[in-house]
Unconditional design. Structure first.
Length: 331
C-alpha cells in the first residue's frame, strides 16, 4: 500500500528535458540551475555578465547529472531574449522548462528610492519576466511533455514589506502575469507556476542597493535576511521550487513567515496593516536619494560594526560565497 501511494504522489521525472534559467549566474537562479542539472536536465543559464556566468556554470556543473552551459543575455532586451531562446531551442532540440529569476533588490524608504528606483525594479523584475515568458511560450507549447514556466516574484506581492516596496510592486506584477498566463496557456498544455519567495539566504545583501540611511538599512537587512526563522536556506528553497514545478503547482510561497503573512493579509487585513506600520516605524529614517551596493556599505564600515555584522549575518555571508554573490574586482 505504501509503495502504491508513493508511486501516485511521486513528482514526474524530468531527466533529459531542457531547462532554461534566467538570472542564473548567482543566487537562487544559480542553485535552481544546479538542482535541475542534478535531476538530469540539460541546463542553460542566462545572465548578462560573461565572467560571472562562467563561474556559475562551473559551480552548477559540480555533481550534476546533466550538462550545464551559459548564454550571455540581458532579459531587459526583448529582441535579444527572443533570439537567444530561438538559438537554444535549435541547439537543444526544444525547450521544456523555463524559470524567470532575474531581478533587482533595493532596500530603503520608498520616498528615498524615488521614481527611478521603482522604474529600475519594474524593468529588471517584471519586464525581464515578461520578455522571458513571451519568448519562451512558443517553444514551451511545442514541448512533447507539456512545457513548464516558472515566474519568480516576491512575498511582497501578497504582503508588501516596508523599505522593500519597489520589489513588492514588481513582484505583484509578476504574480498577476503568472496567474493570467496560467489561464491562457492551459489550452496549450503549458503550466505556469508563480513563486513568491520570502527572504532566501543567498547572500543577496552583498548585491542589494541601499538608499536612505544606507548603513542602518544595510545593518538590519543583512542581519535579518540571514536569520533561520525569517529566511529559508537557499538550497532548500531551490529544492521546493523544482519540486513544485515538477508537480506543476500553480503557486509556491516560501518560508513559514511568508506563508503566514500571505494568509494574514487575506484573513486579517487591518491587523496586518497595523503590524506593517509598526515595523515601518522601527526601521531607519533617511532621505539620501543615491543608492549604493551592500558591498560598498560594508567596505566603508569600521570595527566593531563590521565584526558585529559578520557575527549576526554569518549564515548570509556563507551563502554569498556558495551562491556566487561576491563582487569580483577582476571583472
Amino acid at each position: 500500500m505504501t509503495r502504491a501511494r508513493d508511486a501516485l504522489t511521486a513528482a514526474p521525472d524530468i531527466g533529459g528535458l531542457t531547462a532554461v534559467v534566467t538570472g542564473g549566474s548567482r543566487g537562487l537562479g544559480l542553485l535552481l540551475g544546479r538542482r535541475f542539472a542534478q535531476h538530469g536536465c540539460r541546463v542553460v543559464l542566462l545572465a548578462p555578465d560573461a565572467a560571472e556566468l562562467d563561474r556559475a556554470v562551473r559551480l552548477a556543473g559540480r555533481s550534476a547529472g546533466g550538462p550545464v552551459r551559459g548564454v550571455v543575455c540581458d532579459v531587459r532586451d526583448a529582441a535579444a531574449v527572443g533570439d537567444r531562446f530561438a538559438e537554444i531551442a535549435e541547439d537543444e532540440g526544444g525547450i521544456d522548462i523555463v524559470v524567470a529569476h532575474a531581478g533587482l533588490l533595493q532596500v530603503g524608504p520608498a520616498a528615498a528610492l524615488g521614481p527611478d528606483g521603482f522604474r529600475r525594479a519594474l524593468d529588471a523584475v517584471f519586464t525581464g519576466a515578461l520578455h522571458t515568458a513571451l519568448a519562451a511560450l512558443p517553444h514551451l507549447r511545442r514541448s512533447p511533455v507539456g512545457g513548464r514556466l516558472g515566474l519568480i516574484g516576491s512575498v511582497g506581492a501578497p504582503v508588501p514589506t516596508p523599505h522593500l516596496v519597489p520589489r513588492a510592486c514588481a513582484g505583484s506584477a509578476v504574480g498577476a502575469l503568472a496567474a493570467g498566463l496560467r489561464a491562457e496557456e492551459a489550452a496549450h498544455g503549458v503550466t505556469v507556476t508563480a513563486v513568491h519567495p520570502g527572504p532566501v539566504r543567498t547572500g543577496a545583501h552583498v548585491r542589494a542597493y541601499f538608499g536612505g540611511d544606507r548603513r542602518r538599512e544595510y545593518a538590519w537587512f543583512s542581519a535579518l535576511a540571514g536569520l533561520p526563522l525569517l529566511s529559508v536556506d537557499a538550497e532548500r528553497a531551490a529544492d521546493r521550487i523544482v519540486a513544485g514545478m515538477r508537480r506543476r503547482r500553480p503557486r509556491i510561497v516560501l518560508t513559514p513567515a511568508a506563508r503566514l503573512g500571505a494568509v494574514a493579509g487575506g484573513v486579517a487585513p487591518v491587523t496586518t496593516a497595523r503590524l506593517m506600520a509598526a515595523v515601518a516605524r522601527a526601521l531607519p529614517r533617511g532621505d539620501a536619494p543615491a543608492t549604493v551596493t551592500g558591498a560598498d556599505v560594508a567596505a566603508d564600515d569600521q570595527p566593531p560594526a563590521r565584526r558585529l555584522r559578520a557575527v549576526l549575518g554569518v549564515l548570509g555571508e556563507r551563502a554569498a560565497d556558495r551562491c556566487n554573490e561576491r563582487i569580483r574586482k577582476d571583472r
